[in-house]
Unconditional design. Structure first.
Length: 249
């Protein structure tokens, strides 16, 4: 049995819209000027419409919209709302594990994006306080300058991270270097013969200065706010919900 509503619009349009409507976002007041179409007194935002158009244009080889695309995208937005309504009426969101998982993922993503959008307005003092309280996140990895005898593998004349030593000389050598004191050497057996590795200089890790780590601080701050928003939502949802456990713990 064919599906005319899908075939008429083309698989390309249907696939592009799926990105934006995995699940319906919680109701919010949408200004009339920002509405693209109404479906059963429910607004589909102009932003969603424009995003869908951009996705369709991006999937075209020429990167532009065709004359009929705008109407087709609008039709698919309406179709999708109608199908979602019917799916809810049938209880598919309660019975289908895949749909349930998609809804959970979509809700978490919504909460995280909302929290991150709010967090982007954080001022310098908030970022610095987060940097101080979560300083362990911004520790540099120690670096080592070593000398090696008995190996034909060329090493750069500079500092290396432990993982870079591991890539060149193997995990045993990397582990041993991290244990050496400056000036000490160790003999390490390898398939190519014994290697003598000397630690010439160590550049300690420590916490990177705020100015140097600022980009990482901002990214970590946004992630932390998103995670906190999900935890807070679940905490409040549990408090106002009737949860009765019937299985033995």
């Amino acid at each position: 049995m064919t599906r005319p509503w899908l075939l008429a619009g083309g698989m390309l349009v249907g696939a592009a819209l799926a990105v934006f409507y995995i699940a319906r976002v919680p109701d919010t007041a949408v200004p009339i000027a920002d509405v693209a179409v109404w479906v059963n007194d429910r607004a589909v935002s102009r932003e969603s419409y424009e995003q869908a158009l951009a996705a369709v244009a991006g999937d075209r080889k020429e990167g532009t919209l065709r004359e009929e695309d705008r109407q087709r995208v609008l039709d698919r937005l309406v179709d999708q709302e109608l199908l979602i309504d019917r799916a809810i009426e049938l209880g598919l969101h309660e019975r289908d594990p895949q749909i349930r998982n998609q809804l959970v993922t979509a809700m978490i993503d919504f909460l995280v994006r909302q929290a991150e959008d709010d967090a982007r307005a954080a001022d310098e003092s908030e970022l610095r306080e987060f940097y101080r309280s979560e300083s362990f996140r911004f520790e540099r990895n120690p670096q080592y300058r070593i000398g090696v005898e008995g190996s034909a593998i060329p090493l750069p004349d500079g500092f290396l991270l432990a993982k870079e030593i591991e890539q060149r000389l193997g995990p045993t050598a990397a582990s041993k270097v991290t244990e050496l004191e400056v000036g000490d050497s160790a003999v390490i057996a390898s398939s190519r013969g014994d290697l003598v590795v000397t630690l010439i200089e160590r550049r300690g890790g420590g916490v990177a200065p705020f100015e140097e780590a600022r980009e990482a601080v901002e990214a970590a701050y946004l992630r932390a706010q998103g995670e906190a928003a999900v935890r807070e939502f679940l905490k409040r949802a549990r408090q106002r919900s009737d949860i009765r456990v019937e299985v033995e713990q």
